[in-house]
Design a protein around this ligand. Sequence first.
Ligand code: NAP
Length: 288
Amino acid sequence: MNSVAVVGAGNVGITLGLLLKKKGYEIAGIISRTEESAQRGAQMIGTKGYTGYFPVLEKANVIFITTPDRVIQETCDRIAGEGGFKKGDLVLHTSGSHSSEILSSARDSGAYILSVHPLQTIPGPEAGVRNLPGSYFAVEGDREGLPFARRMITDLGGNPLEIPTEMKPLYHASACVVSNYFVAIIRLGLSMMEQLGIPKESALKAQLPLIRGALQNIETVGVPQGLTGPISRGDYSTISDHFTVMREEMPGIVSLYSELGKYTVKVALEKGSIDKQQMEQLLKVLEV
Ligand SMILES: NC(=O)c1ccc[n+]([C@@H]2O[C@H](COP(=O)([O-])OP(=O)(O)OC[C@H]3O[C@@H](n4cnc5c(N)ncnc54)[C@H](OP(=O)(O)O)[C@@H]3O)[C@@H](O)[C@H]2O)c1
């Protein structure tokens, strides 16, 4: 029987405690820096709240460190320093940007270490309980801990995505591209609309159906098949017209438009909607 302790009574820690308890896992307790957070988390989950590591870590054999990223390593080191980990314990963090290696002080105490990152946004425990089932979880770390991670993710209604430890930063960069850069690219599109005199709010309203349509396309036919537009059709003269007006109106975005365009040419080639000759014509126009 696994007995779970959560260190860090925040959005993810409370969500995991709630969902795991619902699935029949024993929650030994929740530990936080402040008494207030510990008691709030404990009340929500229906367990005990602590600000110290003992006695809860004596009982637990699965320890989630769900503090902010910047203090995961120091929290793990402090627990290890106080003798809080036992041989065979599983110690996990849920950060997307760090690998399990930041928990190496727990491994030095005989524990197995893992990172289990929910590829999902958890703005609060209520949303977390709603959003986590069906989500993907990136997992890496000690081989011995993987069967537990797979089982736990499946119990949470999620899907495990195993990644190599040394590639964790690339995994995180990929998540940044599809979520954060997506927002930045939409901001760029809105600035272009603003340049032609449409206020940002109206521009967003006008673009949202297009954004939804593009997402729906991706969902229905996938990538690269979801690509549409002038590059996908090989319309190089249209791209040339874009540059003419952009050089005049917004010279600062020409090189970014060019780089994104060149990548889009690769996607169109992968889709099979342009041939090698069209690719070369497009790349010539996109060279700035
Ligand atoms: N939220 C998301 O969307 C999301 C998604 C995927 C992964 N993650 C990852 O999940 C982890 C937790 O994120 P979160 O959003 O749950 O953060 P959060 O809501 O800020 O919760 C972190 C909690 O840790 C506690 N804490 C801070 N320092 C501590 C310490 N030294 N010892 C014990 N507890 C401490 C804080 O409570 P006190 O009041 O006691 O200080 C805080 O409530 C992070 O690694 C994050 O990258 C988050």
